[in-house]
Design a protein around this ligand. Structure first.
Ligand SMILES: C[S@@+](CC[C@H](N)C(=O)[O-])C[C@H]1O[C@@H](n2cnc3c(N)ncnc32)[C@H](O)[C@@H]1O
Length: 249
């Protein structure tokens, strides 16, 4: 199998990680920690990530027949929530890390979901023609883009006119007290515990560091406008620990 800009594969076909466009070190890191990713996600968020995902998918107002790109899909939880809320949607689970998508594939089969495909690729080079998708979603993914501006322009390009996308991300717009507590939790709990359970200290240091130095919601809103989105809105979640952005083309 060749790996060019991106590989679109039918379910169950062998997937190949894509390093073109993405940061190879980041992709390799997610391939390495994929086995413990879901367990640690639930543990560190105390299950709150499920609530955030539900609210993000609800904001998309999905309808049967819609095509949805799940960019940075990882192990697929956003797509599965989309299928739960609207069984008639078609999702493309899109991510450069093949091992993450293989786990997503296994989960989809267990859930009996059939209307999806798996595509290895980076946000910076989405190998899809213009205006193919009604919706997109990116949960905790934009922090990993090598070039955020380029990735956002690509997401705008593949969206149909009038379509919209949702972005979920940790943002530093919390009150001073919550920010201090959250930073302490990340640095003293998530980073060492994640490193120990996944046996990958570098990965959990990277995750904690990128969360800490990510741009504010105000800067992100400017970047969404610069990428071409006509309407953008931000809703803080759980005292501003994360933010849900809705971007309309
Ligand atoms: C923190 S995980 C989020 C996975 C999933 N969306 C979730 O909510 O659990 C981030 C994902 O971003 C992917 N990623 C890394 N670099 C990327 C890039 N340049 N473009 C798109 N996705 C990327 C990783 O492979 C990883 O699966």
């Amino acid at each position: 199998m060749t790996t060019s800009r991106a590989d679109t594969q039918p379910n169950s076909a062998q997937l190949t990680s894509v390093y073109d466009g993405a940061n190879p070190r980041v992709v390799e890191m997610f391939d390495r920690i994929s086995g413990t990713y879901d367990r640690l996600n639930r543990l560190f968020s105390l299950g709150v990530d499920r609530v955030w995902r539900k609210s993000a998918v609800r904001a998309l107002q999905l309808k049967p027949g819609m095509r949805v790109l799940d960019c940075s899909a990882g192990t697929g939880d956003m797509s599965f929530e989309a299928h739960r809320q609207c069984p008639g949607v078609y999702t493309t689970l899109y991510d450069p890390a093949a091992t993450m998508l293989e786990l997503a594939d296994a989960k989809a089969k267990k859930l009996g979901i059939t209307t999806y495909d798996l595509t290895c690729g980076s946000a910076e080079k989405i190998s899809v023609a213009d205006e193919q998708y009604d919706r997109y979603m990116v949960a905790f993914g934009i922090r990993n883009f090598r070039d955020l501006g380029l990735g956002l322009r690509e997401l705008h390009r593949i969206l149909k006119p009038g379509g919209c996308g949702v972005i979920l991300e940790f943002t530093p717009d919390r009150s001073a007290v919550i920010d201090r507590l959250f930073r302490a939790y990340m640095w003293w709990v998530m980073r060492p515990l994640g490193g120990m359970v996944s046996n990958d200290r570098e990965a959990y240091r990277y995750l904690a560091e990128t969360i800490q130095r990510f741009p504010s919601s105000t800067r992100l809103l400017e970047m969404y406008h610069e990428a071409g989105f006509s309407r953008v809105e931000a809703v803080p979640l759980s005292l501003g620990i994360a933010t849900r952005f809705l971007l309309t083309k």
